[in-house]
Design a protein around this ligand. Sequence first.
Ligand code: ACO
Length: 429
Amino acid sequence: MSKMAKIDIDGKSYEFPYITGTENEKGIDISTLRAKTGCIAYDEGYANTGSCKSAITYIDGEKGILRYRGIPIEELAEKASFVEVAYLLIMNKLPNGTELRRFSDLLTRNEMIHEDMKVHFEGFPSTAHPMAILSAMINAAGCFYPELVHSYSEESFEIQAARLIAQVRTIAAFSYRKSRGLPIIYPKPFYRYTANFLHMMFSEPYQDYEMDPEAIRALDMIFILHADHEQNCSTSTVRMVASSHANLFASAAAGVCALWGPRHGGANQAVIEMLQNIYKSGDDGTAFMEAVKNRQEGKRLMGFGHRVYKNYDPRAKIIKQTCNDLLRNLHVDDPLLDIAQRLEDKALNDPYFIERKLYPNVDFYSGIIMRAIGIPLEMFTVIFAIGRMPGWIANYKEVREDLKGRIYRPRQIYVGSPLSEYTPIKDRN
Ligand code: ACO
């Protein structure tokens, strides 16, 4: 391949360097495009735009590959714990025994939110979605660490990261308990990360929740599979906010808001709602699939399709297997699993989905696992946010430690009114 890409504009030729990633991904560096040509690159939805160089996560959407810091997701899902994966993403290395113990202790020491935060939970109506509470409370939690706002230092970052990873889980569980009018359950230092979350969700002041190790492992794996996914909508949002040098908690709170939408993390809740509606209507999935293909009321097969994966999402493969195993081991018979499997079979054999390369994504089966564990529907996207936190933190760190980094500021093509005069109100129609 030649070293420079040529673009001809109005009979004049301009050259731009190719840029190649570790896995031979190719791009064209157009950072001087506007200065040289007066034109900007127009790319609605950023489908062809590399917004940054990143060393955290690699995806090959055509081949269905996902790696964190070079390690395949399949290996991490089988062998690692979520806390180990969090360390890997943030610190760029697998921790040795001492490092992992230190990091776990740091999480334990920082898992309690400030007592004054509890009063804020009272201010939300019972109708508040837990994602709204989560975003607001992460930002509020940041207020208790004024040093966050004033400066960024590599040395103090580990403690800020540990605070956020530990507290997002506490805030999530507290918001659930509040929404149900249940007393808050404090974390117990001897429980590991995921078990502690289930304890805070489901224990009672007079009785500890009886934990099933299979359920703990399944949820830990869901956290691992969600831990990072390169430049998706919420991570790009976190990087965007970080590029203005806003603090870590504020940037993560913005990520939660971006994740909430049903086209992104909110899809796990939307999948179950879709399956429940199909179940209630008595449809075997056929009528629903026809409605999707005919675009009735903008219906989509939720949990299907992905901007990057044009092949089976590797996370969906792992989740599907875990889902089948967990339901069998817990003796749970969920009719929604049958419907989901039927929809998947139909979609994988239907030209509409084949031509558009639409396959199940991570959200298609994750909700059925969470239902089996007893996690309520409105908490599904919160679970995603807990899992994604290490990825957001690693991306935040990458932005802040890039000393040449500029504020993210895309341009636009203006298509509004041309120059117009101000009309006084008395002369307006
Ligand atoms: N059901 C039916 N048709 C679909 C679906 C779907 N789930 N997804 C895409 N399509 C169709 C579109 O209608 C479009 O058809 P057309 O070319 O005839 O107009 C074509 O496939 C391409 O779709 P786009 O929306 O352009 O694809 P994009 O890359 O912008 O969107 C997205 C990706 C948002 C994930 C989309 O596939 C979708 O809405 N899926 C359902 C929601 C979902 O599961 N989101 C979770 C994604 S994973 C995650 O965020 C963790």
